[in-house]
Design a protein around this ligand. Structure first.
Ligand code: ADP
Ligand code: MG
Length: 327
């Protein structure tokens, strides 16, 4: 199978959409953003051995490659228009490619975000997606827009993906009940981008970020960009059943330093609490109010007694010493 046959068979499946004037096959794709809206653009690269295990299910990998990019659009409050795929492959394995493309296209179809172009080359397995979206000016959920006094909100819950990763690594403390094992694996391998919630929050919330590297570290990006601090109430953090059996130390590690959660963390003024809950309701996404933004810099975790607990805010950093890849 040659390069063009591979593209035709697996990637150019005739997908299109109202925002696509010209898709795969020419020198460029042509997108048609709505008049007056701004383009939102984001790229994410997934590398074998660093972001996923070599034996990962290819359909799940196709899903996750696009999901992490759509999650960035969600965190900006943007609506997807389309995406490109730059793929480096060691060999043209038809069964693997079919499963990968099926996983990719299923998520793309679910969010009306068609594949409009890309590049294909031989080399170590490496998947780079660039996603294009649109958002109205002044409505984008930027990291630098948090204000002292804002509520701090979290969609869904954190930590299950981290627990699944520790299970795959064989970490002794990572125990989980049989029923929860598959659920945690699902969270790690098939994250749900919170697009509907992000769009419902655009123009309502102040700042937002999607959680890819752990709650504490990713919140740190909002705090630094906005020049503010935050308090998290330990008792307000949602805890998935799978995390109940862990010690509090390991549970907190999963909750705050997990990574791969792909939930939205956002801030909003206190007087829009009801509107935030309504946005959660219409988007079918649970949200929890987990703390507040403060004028005092720094991040504090408050225990049930209201007193600060020790919080070593660490998150995933590919260039930090000792940042082992997944394998
Ligand atoms: P070029 O010579 O301009 O780089 P290519 O020959 O690489 O173009 O690609 C031909 C067409 O197929 C282009 O429209 C390109 O966007 C598309 N394409 C290539 N690889 C992929 C891929 N992995 N997924 C989707 N479209 C692809
Ligand atoms: Mg090319």
């Amino acid at each position: 199978m040659g390069e063009f046959e591979l593209i035709r068979r697996h990637f150019a499946r005739g997908q299109t959409g109202p925002s696509v004037a010209l898709g795969i096959g020419d020198d460029c794709a042509l997108l048609r953003p709505s008049p007056g809206l701004q383009l939102a653009i984001s790229s994410d690269m997934l590398v074998e051995g660093r972001h996923f295990f070599p034996d990962v299910d290819p359909a799940a990998l196709g899903h996750k490659s696009l999901a992490v990019n759509l999650s960035d659009l969600a965190a900006m409050g943007a609506r997807p228009l389309g995406f490109t795929l730059a793929l480096s492959l060691p060999a043209a394995d038809d069964a693997w490619l079919k499963a990968f493309a099926d996983g990719l296209h299923a998520l793309a179809d679910a969010h009306a975000c068609p594949l409009v172009g890309g590049d294909t080359t031989r080399g170590p397995l490496n998947i780079c997606i660039t996603v294009f979206g649109e958002v109205a000016p002044e409505r984008a959920l930027r990291r630098d827009a948090a204000k002292a006094g804002d509520d701090l909100w979290l969609s869904g819950c954190t930590g299950e993906a981290r627990l699944a990763l520790e299970r795959l690594r064989g970490t002794p403390w990572a125990t989980v009940a049989t029923g929860d094992e598959a659920l945690c694996r699902q969270r790690l391998e098939r994250p749900t981008p919170r697009l509907a919630l992000g769009m419902a929050l655009a123009g309502l919330a102040h700042a937002a970020i999607d959680l890819s590297d752990g709650l504490a570290g990713d919140l740190g990006h909002i705090l630094a960009a906005s020049g503010v601090g935050a308090e998290i109430d330990r008792a307000a953090l949602p805890v998935a059943p799978a995390l109940q059996a862990l010690s509090e130390t390991h549970r907190l590690e999963c909750l705050l330093q997990g990574g791969d959660d792909y939930e939205l963390l956002f801030t909003a003024p206190q007087d829009v609490r009801q509107a935030v809950l309504a946005a959660a309701e219409i988007s079918g996404t649970p949200v929890h109010r987990i703390g507040r933004i403060t004028a005092d810099r720094g991040l504090r975790l408050l225990g049930a007694d209201g007193l600060p607990k020790d919080l070593r805010a660490r998150s995933w950093d590919h260039f930090a010493p000792g940042s082992d890849p997944v394998s």
